[in-house]
Design a protein around this ligand. Sequence first.
Ligand SMILES: Cc1ncc(CO)c(N)n1
Length: 224
Amino acid sequence: MSAPEYGRAFTLWRKAAPEWDAYTRHEFVEALRRGDLPRQDFLHYLRQDYVFLIHFARAWALAAAKAGTLAEMQAASATVQALVHHEMPLHVQVCARAGIDAPALEATVEAPANLAYTRYVLEAGYSGDFLDLMAALAPCVLGYGEIGTRLAGSGGPYSDWIETYAGAEYQALCHDVGGLIDGALAYRLGPDWAGSPRFDHLAQRFATATRLEVGFWQMGLDGA
Ligand SMILES: Cc1ncc(CO)c(N)n1
């Protein structure tokens, strides 16, 4: 399948990431699509994903702190808002309906694959600049957008999850983030940003984060 239109940097980074298909077509994703993912595996994933989203929101808050323009600060803070007020409450709701109440969710012990991924992203932001952070965050945001698009209309027991990421609101977020990244590259590296020496380093960050997303799905399957 061709890449969704989430901007030029995404198209280039996606093509250069060896494990992109292993991420977006992981067995966990295929089981969600078919609808035969065991419920326990899904809930295990959701609990870990709740912890993931806490650190993901922190990383976007760090992006607001590292922003160079008002537009970047607005885009980063809007993403924090969407995560904290929409995606995270959705996880709380789904878990509550499955018998995992808020205190149980809060008590989730973080899996090593989750630790590795979220701290990698945060570290990119702590030791790097806004671009390092964007390259590390892009596979999370845009990968789920691509997965949502591909799985849209699959139906089955996981259709709510699928339609969250296939839906107009999440897809608009992906387009905004894609535009934010292209704009941030041009602002810092100039109009020939794709040919700048830093671009390869950023592509490697994107590829590493992609590899850590594969590990996250695998953690979901293995229950580890
Ligand atoms: C692990 C992971 N990556 C990306 C997203 C998208 O927000 C998510 N919820 N979880």
